[in-house]
Design a protein around this ligand. Sequence first.
Ligand SMILES: Nc1ncnc2c1ncn2[C@@H]1O[C@H](COP(=O)(O)OP(=O)(O)OP(=O)(O)O)[C@@H](O)[C@H]1O
Ligand SMILES: [Mg+2]
Length: 479
Amino acid sequence: MTADLTLDQLRELFLFEALDDDQLTFLRKMGSVTQVPAGQTVFREGEPAECFYVLLSGTVAMTRLVRGDEVEVTRTDHVGSYGGAVQAYVQPGEAKHYAATFTAVTDCRFFSLPGEAFAAVVREWFPMAVHLLEGLFLGMRASNEVIGQRERLLALGSLTAGLTHELNNPAAAAVRATSALRERVRAMHHKLAMLADATIEPKVLTALAGLQDDALAHSGTGPKLGALAASDAEDELVDWLEERDVQRAFDVAPPLVAAGIGPDWLDGLADRVPAHLLESALRWIVYSLETEQLMAEIEDATGRVSALVGAAKQYSQMDRSAQQTFDVHDGLDATLVMLGRKLQGLQVVTDFDRTLPPVPGFPGELNQVWTNLIDNAAGAMAGSGTLTLRTALDGDSVLVEVGDTGPGVPEELRRRVFEPFFTTKPIGEGTGLGLDISFRIVVNRHGGDLRLVSEPGDTRFQVRLPVRPAVTAVSPADG
Ligand SMILES: Nc1ncnc2c1ncn2[C@@H]1O[C@H](COP(=O)(O)OP(=O)(O)OP(=O)(O)O)[C@@H](O)[C@H]1O
Ligand SMILES: [Mg+2]
């Protein structure tokens, strides 16, 4: 602590020039003179804003973190320049943080005031100015929030539409298969009744049941035939069936072939069943094969429904708490499912190293990043091209790369694409927030890195996520 300032010295500082003696006396009592040697930090961006500083002598540099780099915004020796807890009077009580870093370039002297006390007098002395400033400040913040919110809603809306569409196909398939199944089961009952009425010998019925089991066990185990081979096999069965006067042989042959049944098996059946019952026995077996097939279809369709619901759950992170250690592939897989419809017409290549270590962070937020990057890539390719998702280990980081074969980002725009509200899309199609939000999630929330490498036909957005938790604590440099 050095000697106090006189009222006249305070009045020379342009901020205080219009204050009367009482007000200056008050400031003088409240504040103090602080010396900061060359090279030391006065206050650091992101730390709680506690003090308001006015430069008395020396040169100070103001830097801000821009895309992970410290960028010098100004450097000044102008006496009266101020910084620090400058927003303390807006919304008092709300925690504020320093918006920039001040570093003493030469030895500096500051008149410093505790932020809260400073805020209280500013509100008391200049109520109208504070109202106006608050309106401006809060208005801007609110409009940014509304826009961000709207974007998120729009994104959610299009995802919901995509998911609904994806769910609809398997659900409709399951409904169709169920109604076909009901019909087959009814027909089987009918055939069974017919067989029983025909005073069939118990021995034959037992054999038939054995053959049915055998046919079912066959089905699905044989090699899948190509269209041509299947049609040849069907022709062969049709000949066999027609030779034995089986009606509508063309309906009966395909399910038998699909189940891997050939003439040899049918010979075995003919040996065990009297000729006049052959057709009924065959149809009974075909119905059970079809029943089995339909049940497999239902299983498959409902399996797809639950896989989609699982992806939606993983995507939204509905049942998980915020910070955790997780495998990046879970989110990438889920995002691809969620975006399925947007990717129609594109070739999607995944080059995943599934042995990557898990990363610490916020999986739900990273899903937003994958969504934004994939959405941009799909947008850039406008319906045709290749989307490549690649993961790899890169030093102590997990690398996730989203590549596209679109026109690329011209050199002069490469820095600007990360700016909030920068977009080249027509009004109503892009807000220009996708990359800004992604950057903040990757860099600020995960201590990672988001980079762009681009040339026409090969554009890659590269996300690097540290495998170990980011060191977020900023050490108070001056104390
Ligand atoms: N893969 C890409 N290929 C070419 N240009 C891209 C690519 N990704 C982003 N850009 C450019 O960067 C701009 C900003 O992208 P950003 O995601 O931030 O906003 P947006 O896609 O325009 O809108 P929003 O994401 O809010 O819908 C885009 O308008 C586009 O010009
Ligand atoms: Mg975008």
